[in-house]
Write a protein that binds this ligand. Structure first.
Ligand code: GLP
Length: 240
């Protein structure tokens, strides 16, 4: 694991873009794995600026998102569809047919899961997977559990995560209890993984991730330890 310590959130976001651009520099048609949450918002801002300056072209970029809440309309502000359009897609020259997010608002969720698994098979290995980390060590919506799934499926969110994500909703009761999420195998199916973390709230999870010597499904991020190219780009608070 390569650990890059940054002074603050802004530096973390700028550094993340620099690392991603370097990793993609010889790739003709990059495939990016994208994450949501507060952590990558600054990185997406930097991507938008780079796109405006002509330093990052999205016209050949294809993207796949990690997850989506079950039962939320894509037009709803709390959906990850809306988040991605608002924070990135509407502001760069990515083609609509080239970005992908699980469709979790229909009646047939099993079909939506099957379709996303098929899509990931067709797209193949991502060049770079961007990740955040939950306070409890979850990655995407792979929550601590006795076993973890390899592929995409429907997951139940833990109370911890519902509480943490309730800041985006009017109350914890409004946070969906389920999501469609890539599995650990999907996440690891990338040439490089760039995990971002900032702030005190992530200290414990980052400490555990750096120091763990075990693959522990109760700490889902531990599975990143088997990947040969993981960058942890974090501010000094998260790394303290
Ligand atoms: C969410 C997402 C994750 C994200 C994590 C941390 O529940 N499913 O992909 O990395 O929690 O979010 P944040 O960056 O807001 O702390």
């Amino acid at each position: 694991m390569k650990i890059i310590k940054c002074e603050n959130y802004q530096e973390m976001s700028e550094k993340a873009l620099e690392v991603i651009q370097e990793l993609l520099k010889d790739v003709e048609k990059p495939v990016l794995g994208l994450a949501t949450g507060s952590t990558p918002e600054g990185l997406y801002q930097e991507m938008i600026k780079a796109n405006e300056k002509g330093e990052m072209d999205f016209s050949d970029i294809c993207s796949v998102n990690l997850d989506e809440y079950v039962g939320i309309d894509p037009e709803n502000e709390q959906s990850y569809h809306y988040y991605m359009k608002d924070h990135l897609f509407d502001h760069v020259n990515i083609k609509e047919e080239n970005y992908n997010i699980p469709k979790a608002d229909g009646d047939d969720l099993d079909k939506a899961v099957e379709e996303y698994n098929q899509l990931l098979d067709e797209i193949g290995r991502r060049n770079v997977q961007i990740l955040g980390i939950g306070n409890n060590g979850h990655i995407a919506f792979n929550e601590p559990d006795k076993t973890l799934s390899i592929g995409t499926r429907i997951v139940q969110l833990t109370d911890d995560t519902i509480e943490a994500n309730s800041r985006f909703f009017d109350s914890p009761e409004e946070v969906p209890k389920k999501a469609i999420s890539m599995g650990i195998g999907d996440i690891l199916n990338a040439d490089h993984i760039v995990l971002l973390a900032n702030g005190k709230g992530k200290q414990k999870a980052i400490h555990q991730l750096i120091h763990t010597e075990e693959l522990d499904p109760m700490f889902p991020a531990s599975f990143l330890k088997v990947h040969p190219s993981v960058f942890i780009i974090a501010d000094k608070e998260a790394l303290a």
